[in-house]
Design a protein around this ligand. Structure first.
Ligand code: UD1
Length: 356
């Protein structure tokens, strides 16, 4: 019997790529997504890439316990991957209640419904932002945590809640994955990052400048204590993140309780290095203008990625050029994201919507 995995936030950037990875590896997939920052079109494309459909996709909010409970009643869920959350750092400062409600409230609702239906296996989407303004990099899972914004605090709170619940419920197995900076797209060019409105993150912003949708990139500060003065991050290909989740599922039963792992490459890249790599791959110029630092930003965040390698015998395989090439392919084929695909990307196939 193939395992059935419930993916919350399955239409989002990381969620949709993970659905492809799961379908490609024989899992049955049920998606729950309220589409607050995602498009149902992503799920149509997931099915197209995988060559087989999701079991079902429900347009509901994870905080809606009654609706969520019905989903668990309908499907024999073996494990849950919980992506559904808000994730923009700046927005979290202006909308803290919304962030705590969705991210922390949503996780609590999910945990109670999982408990009600005796589902004991969970992979949780955490973030490297829990480390805050790191004094030294690379960061291992034992590095001190000190979140600097509400978004990061919601992720750390969820980790704490999961620890407490695991201490009480002996059967519960949780893997929390602290991702560094997921970028890139599925190599087909059908699936990628399609933020609503002006992109808050670097890679989609660069891509939109390269394609001519925006004039120039604002570089947020060039006076950081880094080699070229711009912020350094550990960019990780979204398909490596997706693969990491699939491998995590295979290791959920290694032992009961809660474990935390970094998901990164261990390589730091500055803003200007990413701009150069993207320009080289796309053959387009990416005009930049240095502006002041962005509130809440930190100088450098790079993973010590050795713990997953030791525990699972797994490491990332896609380099920065691949990340840029795949992000650019998606941007070129979908200049306006999922809203208006170019003829080459192909539109939604009638009758293929997995919503049900
Ligand atoms: C943040 C979070 C991360 C979260 C991610 C997703 C922190 C420290 N990290 O990543 O956990 O998963 O958001 O939302 O809270 N930059 C520019 N110009 C731009 C955009 C960004 O110069 O227009 C720079 C930033 O200053 C930073 C780098 O690019 O140095 C990466 O920024 P971004 O892509 O927004 O990700 P983080 O802030 O690292």
């Amino acid at each position: 019997m193939p395992e059935t995995v419930l993916v919350t936030g399955g239409a989002g950037f990381i969620g949709s790529h993970s659905c492809v990875e799961l379908l490609d590896h024989g899992y049955e997939v049920v998606v729950v997504d309220n589409h607050v920052n995602s498009s149902p079109e992503a799920l149509v494309r997931v099915a197209k890439i995988a060559g087989r459909p999701l079991i079902a996709a429900y347009a509901i909010d994870v905080r809606d316990r009654a609706a969520l409970s019905e989903v668990f009643a309908r499907h024999p869920v073996d494990a849950v991957i919980h992506f559904a959350a808000h994730k923009a750092v700046g927005e979290s400062v202006s909308l803290p209640i919304e962030y705590y409600d969705t991210n922390v409230g949503g996780t609590c609702a999910l945990l109670s419904v999982m408990h009600e239906h005796e589902v004991h296996r969970l992979v949780f989407s955490s973030s490297c932002s829990v480390y805050g303004d790191a004094r030294t990099v690379p960061l291992s899972e034992d590095s001190p945590v000190a979140p600097t914004n509400p978004y990061a605090r919601t992720k750390l709170m969820c980790e704490r809640i999961l620890e407490d619940v695991c201490a009480r419920l002996q059967d519960l197995k949780v893997l929390a994955l602290r991702y560094f900076n997921p970028v890139g797209a599925h190599p087909s060019g059908l699936l990628g990052e399609d933020p609503h409105g002006i992109p808050g993150n670097l890679m989609p912003y660069i891509a939109q400048v390269a394609v001519g949708r925006r004039e120039e990139l604002s570089v947020f500060g060039d006076d950081y204590p880094t080699p070229d003065g711009t912020g350094v991050r550990d960019y990780i290909h979204v398909m490596d993140v997706a693969e990491g989740h699939r491998v995590a599922l295979e290791h959920l039963d290694d032992r009961a309780g809660m474990r935390v792992f970094n998901l990164g490459t261990g390589t730091g890249t500055s803003v200007l290095q990413l701009v150069d790599a993207f320009a080289a791959v796309s053959g387009r110029s990416v005009p930049c203008r240095t502006v002041g630092r962005r509130a809440g930003d930190v100088a450098a965040l790079v993973a010590d990625a050795s713990a997953v390698a030791a525990a699972w015998g797994w490491t990332t395989t896609r380099d920065l050029t691949t990340m840029c090439r795949d992000a650019w392919r998606f941007q070129e084929l979908n200049p306006d994201g999922y809203a208006r695909p170019s003829a080459r990307a192909g539109g939604p196939t009638p009758g293929e919507s997995p919503d049900g």
